[in-house]
Design a protein around this ligand. Structure first.
Ligand code: AKG
Length: 275
């Protein structure tokens, strides 16, 4: 693994891929863990696919708090150290994990968005790994990224992944410009996307625009997990309209009580790596 090249590509493009980054034993353990979660949805989980549609787009958050395999993977795999090296941080805290499963025949896309506006955070030392636990292709909803968009100097309003989740109203409180209509002008954008085998990962910057199509396969699943890590310069930001304003998050994070400018270092966002 060439860390300098990974850092270079991540910094220039806002996203990069690493092949064979995850050991096979994690893949097996996590496939089982994900299926357990799918059978036992959590308090903050969201079914993005409307009842009348085929397929299933399932979202869930902070899995590490209720499943030992998710916690082990997030804390004890090679990912925290990799985050530290890419971000050049002395310490890495875990922000949260987010499950994004698109079963076969799911037509719901993930809208174009960038992540930071959803989060009560300030800082640059933040990254997400996207780990696929199936073979992921364009047809099954491989995530697409707009090359270099993390350097546009934009902070777009969060886009709601589904109309029925209650987020639409929350996100409007921010008064930000919406993400432009990228799909109607797709030729104007430089899109990066990779087919992935289990074990491959992508790494993306919190301001790079990204989204995905549905899973149009009739038999191949798309089980994806995004893991968000934060480094040295990250502090709490209490601006209104971030995802924690949703009642669902109050169910799973009742103890949230940070003030603007505070470090997140705590039992909720634990320090899991030091250089
Ligand atoms: O899995 C997807 O479709 C979108 C992933 C995403 O938005 C993220 O990893 O931040």
């Amino acid at each position: 693994m060439n860390i300098d090249k990974i850092k270079h590509d991540y910094n220039i493009n806002g996203v990069t891929v690493i092949r064979n980054a995850i050991d096979a034993h994690w893949i097996k353990e996590m496939q089982t863990a994900i299926d357990t979660i799918l059978d036992n949805p959590g308090l903050a989980s969201i079914e993005y696919t409307p009842n009348q549609n085929k397929g299933r787009y399932y979202g869930d958050f902070f899995l590490w708090m209720r499943n030992k395999s998710f916690k082990d993977f997030a804390f004890n795999s090679n990912l925290p150290q990799l985050a530290g090296k890419i971000l050049d941080s002395n310490n890495i805290n875990f922000f949260y994990d987010q499950l994004l499963v698109k079963e076969p025949n799911t037509k719901e896309p993930t809208p174009w968005h960038h992540d930071l506006p959803y989060w009560p955070l300030n800082g640059n030392d933040i990254l997400s790994f996207w780990v696929g636990f199936d073979t992921v292709t364009k047809n099954t909803g491989a995530v697409k990224y707009i090359k270099g968009s993390h350097k546009w100097g934009k902070f777009y309003a969060p886009a709601s992944f589904s109309k029925k989740t209650g987020y639409d109203d929350i996100y409007k409180r921010m008064g930000l410009d919406p993400v432009p209509d990228i799909n109607s002008n797709i030729d104007n954008y430089n899109i990066l996307s990779w087919d992935l085998e289990p074990g491959d990962i992508t790494i993306h910057h919190p301001l790079v625009l990204h989204g995905s199509s549905g899973n149009f396969s009739t038999n191949i699943r798309r089980r994806g997990l995004a893991l968000r890590y934060i480094g040295d310069d990250v502090t709490w930001d209490d601006r209104p309209g971030t995802f924690i304003s949703n009642e669902k998050f109050k169910n799973i994070l009742p103890q949230l009580n940070f003030k603007k400018g505070e470090s997140l270092n705590s039992a909720l966002f634990p320090k899991i790596w030091t250089c």
